[in-house]
Structures are given as C-alpha cells and as structure tokens.
Design a protein around this ligand. Structure first.
Ligand code: FAD
Length: 388
C-alpha cells in the first residue's frame, strides 16, 4: 500500500487526476515546475484589473456532457461565444468565413448567386476549404481559391514556419467555411469561461485535504529511471507516478527530440476602450504576427478607457531561447509520430508510471479532450494494481 501518489504537472491532466485520486481517498503530491498552477490555462488580473491569459487565448467549449458536469463542480461558467475575424486585403471579415465575407468581396448580384449556389450544392451549414477547392462547381472553386490564397495558405505558412508554396492543402487549419450569417467561432452545446477565471477553477480543483501542491519544483530532479527493473523512482522510492510533462524530456531525449512549434506574445496597453471588433483577429498577410487577442473582450470586461492586446508570434520551439521556449503545438509528421511511438513503448514497460496530457501523449488536445481523456485514464488505472 503506497502512502502517496506523485503527480507531475498542474494543467488539466494533472489537476483533474489529482482531484479524482483525492476523492477516492488517496493522498496526492502534485509537483509543478512553474511558480503557478493551472498549466497553460493560467490567467491573472493585471495592475489595471484586466484578466489576461498568459499562454494565449482560451475559451471552453464542448459537446461532452460528462466533461461539462465534472468541471461545473469547480466553477460557474459564464456563457461566452467566441467571435473572431481575419483581415483580408485590409478588410475585417468573420472567421469562420460566412455569408458576410461573400457580401464584402463580391458585387451584390454575384454574391447572391454564390450564396444560393452554396446552399443548394452542399445542403448543410459548412464545408472545409479543401472540399470546396475540389468542387465540380467553378464558382465555388473560385471562391475557395480566393480564401485559400488570401488566408488559409498564408496563415498556415506563418503558423508552421513554412513558405506559402510549401503548404499542402491537406495540412490546412480546419476552420470551416460557413453557409449562413452565423458569426461565432464554435457551435458546441456548452461554451463559456469560468466566472472567476481559469486559475480560480484550478484552485478549487486542487483544494482538497488529500492534495499537497508544490510549485517551482522540477520533478525531473527527483525522478530516476531504474533501467534493470523498469521502475521509475521518486527520491529513491518506487511509488505510483502520473507524469503530464513532455515524454522525451522525461527520458532524457534518449530517442531524440520531439518537435514542437512555440509562441510568444507582445502585450500592449492602450488608452482606449476598444481596439478591434472581436476578441481575436487573425492577420494572415500583413504582419509578422499571426493574430491579435484583445483581452477586454475575452471575456467582456468593463475597465474604463483602456484595453490590453497581445500580438501572437509563432516560432520554432527552442528550450534555450528567450522567446519560443514553451512547447505549444506538437508537430505531427511521420518521423515525429514514429519517434513518439518508440518513447511510448518504452514508457509502457514501467508499471508504476502513467503518462497523460498533451505533452506526455504528444497530441493536440482541446481542454475538453484532455479532461475527457484524464477521466478515462483514471477509470482504467483506479481499477488496476497501479495505485493499490
Ligand atoms: C495557444 C493555444 C490556445 C488554445 N486554446 C484553446 C481553447 O480556446 N479551447 C480549448 O479547449 N483548448 C485550447 N487549447 C488547448 C489547451 O491549452 C490544452 O488542452 C490544455 O492546456 C492541456 O492541458 P495539459 O494538462 O495536458 O497540459 P499543460 O497545461 O501544458 O500542463 C502541463 C504542466 O506540466 C508542468 N510540467 C512539465 N514538466 C514538468 C516537470 N518536469 N516538473 C514539474 N512540472 C512539469 C508544466 O509546467 C505545465 O504546468 C489551446 C492551446 C494553445 C497552445
């Protein structure tokens, strides 16, 4: 019988897991390398009372009932429907592109014809740009080509650090093209932002007598691989360990470095109530940054004649650089997927180790996906020998 379960990382994967084990009567020690909890969901209120999300703009959205039911125990969600725009030829148009986009870029009669054609042709609310580029209808193809050249191709190139001509339409970001005037980014059953912010949600999750949180601790300084018995030791002891950090870092990069894209943000406080129409505006063509987030619109915050914006830059991940030293997006290629599988097979040999989360699983998860996955992993391991 173990006294304590070690959990590494206080993002959704680590914090949800900590709470589940705590509720099941286990004592949990949660180690976090940063000086704050909440992983990439961390937000804070700046000196002027504006809530900022430090690691980029996040809104909660899901169609999964059990995820929403679980999180609602720890926060009140204020309903919030994210709206975004993209700048094309200097014009701010809704993103996902909708019928307003057609009205903005086509003469009235042609716009009417194209909108009717799209409704008749697809008989549904949206399609991907890839589908439309392959349409038999030449007007639909021409519209898709316009959006591809002015937005998808340029944005994707900036986001992944490629030349626009290298962009294969197959790797395009999956923002659909919408055949009506709906102008919200998601269409999920539940969409919102915790009333007191994401960090407060994590504080509630971790507030339990069975949970001890230690910040500013790099777990790798306490972990040691015992190769012979395939055991992961924590301070020399074999105890159950749940690791939500990067799998390649955990094993000292023995099979190589997994590739990531990183981001950095330039913040600016402006003496005006509003800077842009909506919370997030993409800039596919006209700047080095990919998008601008206006935090007084995420959620809507009344703070007088001032606002804060963050310009977001996408860069190669390099742990030694001053900028771009956070691994944000796994770069999924045939090579990187193969490398991950080798790490995974090795990790699976350690019976006292469970990996969970976006860095440990080398996957892009939305927050509902990571919570749902964590609930499933807990169901599996709580009925196994892992934590007995
Ligand atoms: C720019 C951006 C925007 C996004 N927007 C949305 C959105 O709008 N909606 C949505 O649903 N999802 C969004 N996501 C996805 C969301 O951020 C993730 O699903 C979520 O943060 C994953 O949680 P996690 O626990 O797996 O990882 P993380 O939040 O990264 O947590 C991992 C934690 O482990 C810690 N750690 C790592 N190694 C160690 C170590 N050795 N010792 C101690 N601690 C360690 C890290 O410091 C970190 O705190 C977005 C992602 C990005 C990149």
């Amino acid at each position: 019988m173990y006294n304590e379960i070690i959990i590494v990382g206080s993002g959704f994967a680590g914090s949800v897991m900590a709470r589940l084990f705590a509720e099941a009567g286990k004592r949990v020690r949660l180690l976090e390398r940063r000086n704050h909890i909440a992983g990439n969901m961390y937000d804070y209120t700046d000196d002027n009372g504006i809530r900022i999300q430090k690691y980029g703009p996040h809104t909660f959205h899901t169609n999964i009932d059990r995820v929403y039911a679980f999180l609602r125990q720890y926060c009140v969600f204020d309903e919030y429907h994210l709206k975004c725009e993209a700048i094309i030829d200097g014009v701010a148009t809704p993103s996902p592109f909708n019928f307003k986009t057609i009205d903005q870029f086509y003469p009235a009669q042609e716009a009417q014809k194209l909108k009717s054609r799209l409704v008749e042709y697809y008989k549904r609310e949206s399609a991907t740009v890839l589908e439309m580029l392959n349409s038999e209808d030449c007007d639909i193809r021409a519209y898709a080509q316009f959006l591809f050249d002015k937005d998808y191709k340029l944005y994707t190139a900036k986001q992944w650090g490629l030349a626009p001509e290298e962009i294969d339409p197959l790797v395009l970001r999956r923002v659909p093209i919408v055949f009506n005037y709906k102008d919200t980014y998601f269409y999920d059953k539940y969409e919102g932002i915790p009333q007191n912010g994401f960090t407060a949600l994590f504080e509630n999750l971790l507030h339990h007598p069975n949970i001890t949180v230690q910040r500013g601790i790099n777990a790798l300084e306490h972990l040691q691989v015992q190769e012979q018995d395939r055991v992961m030791l924590f301070d020399g002891q074999s105890v159950p360990i749940i690791y939500t950090g990067a799998i390649d870092e955990l094993f000292g990069y023995r099979y190589g470095h997994l590739p990531y894209r990183s981001l950095y943000f330039e913040y600016e406080r402006l003496p005006q109530k509003s800077f842009q129409n909506v919370a997030i505006v993409a800039h596919p063509a006209d700047a080095a940054f990919t998008r601008i987030t206006e935090y007084t619109k995420l959620p809507y915050q009344e703070v007088g004649e001032q606002t804060v914006i963050a310009r977001e830059y996408s860069v190669l991940y390099d742990p030694h650089n001053q900028r771009g030293n956070e691994p944000y997006y796994p770069v999924l290629t045939e090579d990187s997927k193969r490398m991950y599988e080798i790490y995974k097979q090795y990790a699976d040999q350690f019976s006292n180790l469970v990996l969970c989360g976006r860095l440990a699983d080398f996957r892009y998860y939305n927050m509902d996906m990571v919570v749902n996955h964590t609930l499933s992993v807990f169901e599996q391991i709580s009925n196994s020998d892992f934590a007995l």
